[in-house]
Structures are given as structure tokens and as C-alpha cells.
Design a protein around this ligand. Structure first.
Ligand SMILES: [Fe+2]
Length: 196
């Protein structure tokens, strides 16, 4: 690992960065229980364990003063009427933020807090999305035929916490209705218990 300044080239149009330490590939089988339409999920998986998204990461020490960066590529497609998406996560150190800069494609970032507040922001080339501390985040590709590519950067000590999301998913789902991306309630989601 170099401890001198370095430059990352993002390399349009495919956006595979000029250097990276980790290449993560998530296929359909890694998303068990995440899609609302379980029947379509099983049907698709029986045909092929398709590649849903890829992440190229530049590794740095997991320290608060460091920044971790990389490229996320969500491929186009749907499970039933729900778009291909990332698993989504809270940061293990909840009070850490993240910035996403969309490079290509169209989609949305679905976000929520542990208290059940939610937000959905658009992703389009050139936009810079700020995910504040405490907000879980998942990117969703709403294009029928184009990759959704984002550059991300977040604190080195943040970590990933998939647990809560794996249990019941996000509060909101993004599905295609009459050819348009539409936000609907997740029927599996239940409100957090409020402390008295
Ligand atoms: Fe994150």
C-alpha cells in the first residue's frame, strides 16, 4: 500500500478504475430474501445465478482519518417488477457519512435511519449525493438497459452492517409500474419499537 498521494482514473465508458485492491461480485444467490417477489427470484435463480452488481475498491487502513473509495456498478434488470439493486447497509460505526458521485446511468439511492425515517434521491450522471451519518443506503438501477455507475468515498473506520437490512429489507421498495420507477411500501418491513 502506497502512503504517497495517488490518482485514480475512472476510465469511461466502462468505469473499471485504473487501480483497485478488491473486486466484489454479487450474484442473485447473494440476495436471498431481499426481493419481494420470492417466486420470480426462485425462477430466475433456477435459470442462472446472474451478476447483479460489482464493486471495485481501493483498500486503505480502517482508520477514522482514512478515506475508502471505489466504483459501484449495478447492472440493469429486474426480479419480478423490482429493479436490480445492491444489498444495502448501515455503517458499523453509525455516525459516519458517505458521498456518491454518479458517473453513468439512471437510478435512485434508497435510504433510511434506524428510527424508520426514509428518503429516496435520484442518481444521474454528474450528481453528487451526500448520505449523512446514520442513514442506511442501497443503490437501485432503474434503467432498462444501462449500467448504473457511482464513485463512492467514506471514512476508513465506517465498516458495513448488513444485519438489519438482511432481516426485513428497506422500508421502501422501488418497482416498475406502467413503465415508471415507483416507490412502494415494503410489506415485510415493520416499524422499530419506540423506547419510552
Ligand atoms: Fe456505505
Amino acid at each position: 500500500m502506497k502512503d504517497v498521494p495517488f490518482t485514480l482514473e475512472l476510465n469511461a465508458p466502462d468505469f473499471i478504475p485504473s487501480q483497485y485492491d478488491k473486486h466484489i461480485r454479487r450474484t442473485l444467490s447473494a440476495m436471498k430474501g431481499q426481493y419481494s417477489d420470492q417466486e420470480s427470484y426462485a425462477c430466475l435463480l433456477a435459470k442462472e445465478d446472474s451478476l447483479l452488481y460489482e464493486v471495485y475498491e481501493v483498500t486503505r487502513p480502517e482508520l477514522a482519518g482514512e478515506l475508502l473509495q471505489g466504483i459501484s456498478i449495478v447492472h440493469p434488470g429486474q426480479v419480478g417488477d423490482e429493479y436490480f439493486m445492491t444489498k444495502g447497509h448501515f455503517h458499523t460505526v453509525l455516525d459516519t457519512a458517505e458521498v456518491y458521485i454518479c458517473q453513468k446511468g439512471q437510478g435512485v439511492m434508497v435510504m433510511e435511519t434506524p428510527e424508520g425515517d426514509w428518503a429516496v434521491e435520484p442518481l444521474y450522471p454528474g450528481c453528487v449525493l451526500y448520505v449523512p451519518p446514520r442513514w442506511a443506503h442501497r443503490s437501485v438501477n432503474t434503467s432498462p438497459d444501462e449500467d448504473l455507475v457511482t464513485f463512492f468515498v467514506y471514512p476508513g473506520n465506517a465498516g458495513h452492517d448488513y444485519g438489519a437490512i438482511e432481516e426485513q429489507g428497506f422500508r421502501k421498495l422501488v418497482v416498475e409500474r406502467n413503465g415508471q420507477p415507483t416507490i412502494i411500501d415494503n410489506p415485510r418491513w415493520s416499524a422499530p419499537e419506540v423506547e419510552k
